[in-house]
Design a protein around this ligand. Sequence first.
Ligand SMILES: C[S@@+](CC[C@H](N)C(=O)[O-])C[C@H]1O[C@@H](n2cnc3c(N)ncnc32)[C@H](O)[C@@H]1O
Length: 267
Amino acid sequence: MKPSEADQIRTSILIGSKDASDMKRYFQRDGTVAKWWNPEGMKPHKNPLFPLLPLYRKEKKDVLEICASTDGPILEVGCGDGRISSLLAKHRNDPLVGVDISREMLRKYVDKEGISALQLIHCDAENLPFKEDSFDGVICIQTLVHLPNAEMVIDESARILREGGKLILDINTPNSQRVLTILSLARSISGRLESILKLIRLQLPITILRNKLGPAILRNTRVVTLILERHGFKVRLHATYGGATTGFALFVATNTKQSPTENTLYP
Ligand SMILES: C[S@@+](CC[C@H](N)C(=O)[O-])C[C@H]1O[C@@H](n2cnc3c(N)ncnc32)[C@H](O)[C@@H]1O
């Protein structure tokens, strides 16, 4: 029997945290996300996330190219330290806004040089402080995976985007889902063993890795496409990254301003 869409949503995997509500608290605390999210500045041989570095770079290039053909105000949701939108800010005259739940990341963003026409706001992606039809582009990269309610972010994006505006967002592919499922299992085992390991002053490599990643919810690519479509977006899969081993997928979803259908995918 084919699993229902709601069942697929329920199979989203939460790693690194027992409870989805922990996630926001995690990102709000100083000394958390900034510790592990600096893909451009990774030390290759010290960082277990290194194999993903070329993928992050390629994705960033693609996002910047898409934005180059987007006139009007752009918002980056979960902008972090500005890895992507700070580059846009250097070349655009149209307004650019970045929002993030982590003050620490916004402080890092502000410290970047040569940024103009930029506004940074500390807020939650699930409740954006903007009026309807305010933007022509919304970027949400490497962030949906950390948001407890993907549908709320997509709903908010549909509300604040003008008709024809683009939501540029990514999602982990089923490949990375498999890799991260194994990682998640290993994490939970190492978590249980941790107190014993502490006693004998041993650390499993996986325990070190656990501290390198924030909590993440992995979602099915097809389900996210369906959610986008239900919120009136015309969806195009722009690119996938990582081939057979691991990776993510980049969508460009165009807002048609059709009201969301009643049949929500969230149980
Ligand atoms: C992996 S980083 C990606 C940052 C940036 N998009 C990039 O690609 O470099 C994820 C970012 O999402 C932010 N974030 C997590 N939950 C959020 C929420 N509920 N609202 C806004 N930002 C959030 C984190 O603070 C972090 O800066």
